[in-house]
Design a protein around this ligand. Structure first.
Ligand SMILES: Cc1ncc(COP(=O)(O)O)c(C=O)c1O
Length: 446
């Protein structure tokens, strides 16, 4: 074999790439390959159009390969490929931070950049610990997460997270972590569109945790305002308000992980605005660049930032950051994405479509094996009955059939399907997505 032929064979080989969060052997037997994308569609290498029912991975909120973002990235690549954010900075990082702060409610005004949701979560947890330390309350080291929470895959995130498969193989995780109960009860909430009436009292579990450990040992509580990755669990009415009040009472910081809910998914720039609850720290990622370049960050309230601004001026206030914090390409993509969100009223659009979206999702009620449908903003979770003795098999088959038989991308967590398309989705496409989903559900109920 010539060297060129051998290289061609190697580069067409699927063996080398170890795919994340994927059953690798099944994938490599029947790959789902995506070569191109535009707006609401992916295209396979042979040019087949596939409707994106998941906005990439909850991130391409403005749709794929939008001209404005593509142009901004290519201009930026030619102008400044990289500049360190330690001791130096480039102008667009300040511009983007100001734009993000302007979108965030109240005095959430100080923006720390990183590159992913997982990094945003670790950053927020570290800021919370260091904040108490800086104020002479260094005994506040405990972190409280929630069952079924997803906060990425760093050790901090999986420690406060509450999804067993993401935790059980990875040792003892962070010490001093406790968990609130999940807010979901199928008996009480099945087939609710929007925020369920039942469940606000579950916030009071924080009082129990405080009574157990002592408030003076607790640094922060972290929750997703709407738990996305576990299968779309909207917060019960009043739940987040109650959590805020209990945190205030005990001097505990409240962190919202808005990696999914940020940038329009629930019809507002942030869920904090939808629910009228201001956290002390807010994590974002995904939609900030509409998925085009990796970026994440944490928005802090002013008093958090101010607590660090002490000591001699030549000393670093927070020993934390990433080589690629505020990367020029990400900042350029972020500014262009925010322009698109603003110019096309994309968050409002999501709000206007919410009812239509929920109605379409609820058409799945009554199909065989559909145990629950939840919908909020432009997101829906559909619980399917598991096959006896084979949890997750039906969900996997549904995702695979959706792609191969229906030209539709959806997401699965076990036997729960998640559907959350780009926010530019049309009413006709919403109907199409749930018609395809219905056919898939019927097909896997064997
Ligand atoms: C709420 C939440 N936090 C954190 C993350 C992790 O983000 P990333 O995969 O960018 O690290 C995710 C990803 O889906 C998420 O949904």
């Amino acid at each position: 074999m010539t060297e060129t032929a051998s290289l061609a064979r190697q580069t067409n080989d699927l063996d080398a790439f170890w795919l994340p969060f994927t059953p690798n052997r099944a994938f490599k037997r029947a790959p789902r390959l995506i070569a191109r994308a535009k707006d609401m569609y992916y295209f396979t290498p042979d040019g087949h159009a596939v409707l994106d029912g998941l906005a990439g991975l909850w991130c391409t909120n403005a749709g794929h390969n939008r001209d404005l973002i593509v142009a901004a990235i290519s201009r930026q690549a030619a102008e400044l490929d990289y500049a360190a954010a330690f001791h130096f900075a480039h102008p667009k990082s300040f511009e983007l931070a100001s734009r993000v702060a302007a979108l965030a409610p109240a005095d959430l005004n100080r923006v720390f950049f990183c590159n992913s949701g997982s990094e945003a979560v670790d950053t927020a947890l570290k800021i919370a610990l260091a904040y108490h330390n800086a104020r002479g309350e260094g005994a506040r080291t405990r972190l409280i997460g929630r069952e079924r929470g997803y906060h990425g895959v760093g050790f901090g995130g999986i420690s406060v997270g509450g999804i067993v498969n993401n935790r059980k193989a990875f040792g003892t995780l962070l010490a001093g972590v406790d968990h609130l109960p999940a807010t979901y009860s199928r008996d009480q909430q099945a087939f609710t569109a929007g925020e369920p009436e039942w469940g606000a009292h579950l916030a009071d579990e924080l009082e129990r945790i405080v009574a157990l450990h002592g408030a003076s040992t607790i640094a922060a509580v972290i929750v997703e305002p709407m738990a996305g990755s576990t299968g779309v669990l909207p917060p019960p009415k009043g739940y987040l308000q109650r959590l805020r009040a209990i945190c205030d009472k005990h001097g505990i910081l409240l962190i919202f992980d808005e990696v999914i809910t940020g940038f329009g998914r629930l019809g507002f720039a942030f869920a904090a605005e939808r629910y009228g609850v201001t956290p002390d720290l807010l994590c974002f990622a995904k939609g900030i660049t509409s998925g085009a370049v990796p970026m994440g960050g944490v928005i802090a309230r002013e008093h958090i930032y101010d607590a660090f601004m002490q000591g001699p001026e030549h000393t670093i206030e927070l020993f934390h950051g990433y080589t690629y914090s505020a990367h020029p390409l990400a900042c350029a993509a972020g500014l262009a994405a925010l322009d698109l969100y603003r110019d096309e009223n994309i968050f409002d659009r999501a709000k206007r479509l919410e009812k239509r979206y929920a109605d379409a999702a609820m058409t799945l009620k009554g199909l065989p094996g559909v145990l629950d449908v939840r919908a909020v903003g432009i997101a829906a979770g559909i619980d399917l009955a598991s096959r006896p003795g084979a949890p997750g098999e039906r969900g996997y088959e549904a995702m695979d059939r959706a792609f191969h038989d229906e030209d539709l991308v959806i997401r699965i967590t076990g036997d729960t399907l998640a559907v959350a398309p780009p926010l530019i989705v049309t009413e006709a496409q919403i109907a199409e997505i749930f018609e395809k989903a219905a056919r898939v559900i019927r097909a896997v109920m064997t």
